[in-house]
Write a protein that binds this ligand. Structure first.
Ligand code: GCO
Ligand code: MG
Length: 405
């Protein structure tokens, strides 16, 4: 099964996605997600200019060797652009191997450890009352776990809140330059525990609750938040602190028993190694699209399992249905799967472009048995939606200091 051609598509069906399509000489094709939000075209150039010429004529069955060839062979290891490009290729090769074998990818990984996978939904709001109404709606739809994000009083905008726009999938449309948002740690820390206090008093203990700090705190500030949230028993607190310095989490860990999750920006097992070995985190949120594809995610899951760390793959709107399908296969297999972030399946444009193998029912995702990853990418539909430059926001303090967004 020799690689005959590699096509790279960048389209904007509601939002930008980079799709890798590898064709082989036996008439099959495999699909991979190589979307890096806000830096899409850098990955496209990496794939087209630097990877494609090296892979034409290679045996598509050699997934591990191709991964090593692209990783070690570049000399310049890691980094989001390189690894997102490798991830797209890796997923497409697993998709191809599954199609060639007539088996879904989870079978190639070792079979199913579970029949369905638990997800957490998102309840957001401009006030606590609105957030809790939305939480009630999700509970009504069968969700057993929900992440709560609420606008911080006194701040003009807050991460995870879309004033006037209710569709989380549209998070980044029409941002030709990075918008600027305000941040104030004191206002945030004074407010968030009240959100969770009211959530517990209204809905009780059964529903599992989560929250994303989006890396805005120092370790000791995060410790204060974790401690204040202890009475409300979160499933996990996400990205409390940035993890470039993995020792941040060792310090945070000593201050609170609120479970900790991190990893959505990780490119490599090396980003997680010390966090896992020191048992400083409870959930690893690496994504197949940004951490090296299925090959790397499988390795991370196995390593994490040694330390009782569970997987909770990043599932934002800026990962394409191909990346979400890769997670579904990994989640079906991983003995130490924890939970999957879930934002819905997107709007009409997305569903016309990507036909995916997932079904949501009562708080769980179900994966069908199509060979490979089970996604179809409808090129003629995709081509109706050209790429639109679009950025993530940046944050600033009241005095103008640039902060972590
Ligand atoms: C999440 C994430 C996203 C990211 C986004 C950046 O928890 O889903 O934090 O909302 O901000 O994926 O591109
Ligand atoms: Mg997050």
């Amino acid at each position: 099964m020799k690689i005959k051609d590699i096509q790279v598509y960048v389209n904007c069906p509601d939002r930008n996605f980079v799709t890798v399509r590898i064709e082989t000489d036996n008439g099959l094709y495999g699909l991979g997600d190589a979307t890096l939000n806000g830096r899409e075209l850098a990955v496209v150039a990496y794939l087209v200019e630097h990877i494609k010429p090296c892979l034409i004529g290679k045996d598509a069955h050699q997934i591990e060797d191709i991964w090593q060839y692209l990783y070690k062979g570049a000399y310049w290891r890691r980094g989001p652009i390189t690894i997102t490009a490798i991830s797209g290729i890796d997923m497409a090769l697993w998709d191809l191997k599954g199609k060639a074998a007539g088996l879904p990818v989870y079978q190639l990984l070792g079979g199913k450890s579970r029949t369905k996978m638990k997800v957490y939904g998102h309840a957001n709001g401009n006030t606590i009352a609105e957030t809790l109404d939305n939480l009630g709606k999700l509970i009504g739809q069968g969700y057993e776990a929900v992440r709560l994000q609420c606008a911080i009083p006194g701040l003009s905008s807050t991460y995870g809140i879309l004033k006037g726009e209710k569709d989380y999938f549209e998070l980044q449309r029409n941002r030709p330059l990075p918008p600027e948002q305000a941040w104030d740690t004191n206002k945030y820390l004074n407010f968030i525990p009240e959100l969770f206090r009211q959530a517990r008093s209204k809905y009780g203990e059964e529903i599992e609750l989560l929250h994303d700090v989006h890396s805005r705190l120092s370790p000791i500030e995060a410790g204060r938040l974790g401690k204040a949230l202890e009475p409300y028993h979160l499933l996990f607190l996400e990205d409390a602190v940035t993890a470039e310095n993995q020792a941040n989490y060792r310090l945070l860990r000593q201050t609170t028993v609120t479970p900790l999750a991190v990893g959505e920006t990780f490119n490599s097992i090396w980003d997680a190694k010390e966090l896992i070995e020191t048992q400083s985190i409870d959930y690893l949120r690496a994504a197949a699209t940004h951490a090296g594809g299925i090959t790397a995610m499988r390795r991370m899951a196995d390593f994490a399992a040694l330390y009782k760390v569970r997987t909770a793959p990043h599932g934002p709107p800026d990962i394409s249905p191909i990346g979400h399908a890769a997670h579904a296969h990994l989640n079906s297999w991983a003995p130490n799967f924890g939970i999957q972030e879930f934002v819905g399946f997107g709007g009409a444009q997305m569903t016309a472009v990507f036909r995916h193998p997932l079904r949501f029912e009562e708080g769980y995702l179900h994966l069908n048995d199509s060979p490979g990853l089970g996604v179809d990418f409808v090129v003629e539909e995709a081509e109706k939606y050209p790429y639109k430059r679009s950025y993530l926001p940046v944050s600033r303090l009241g005095d103008g200091t640039l902060w972590d967004w």
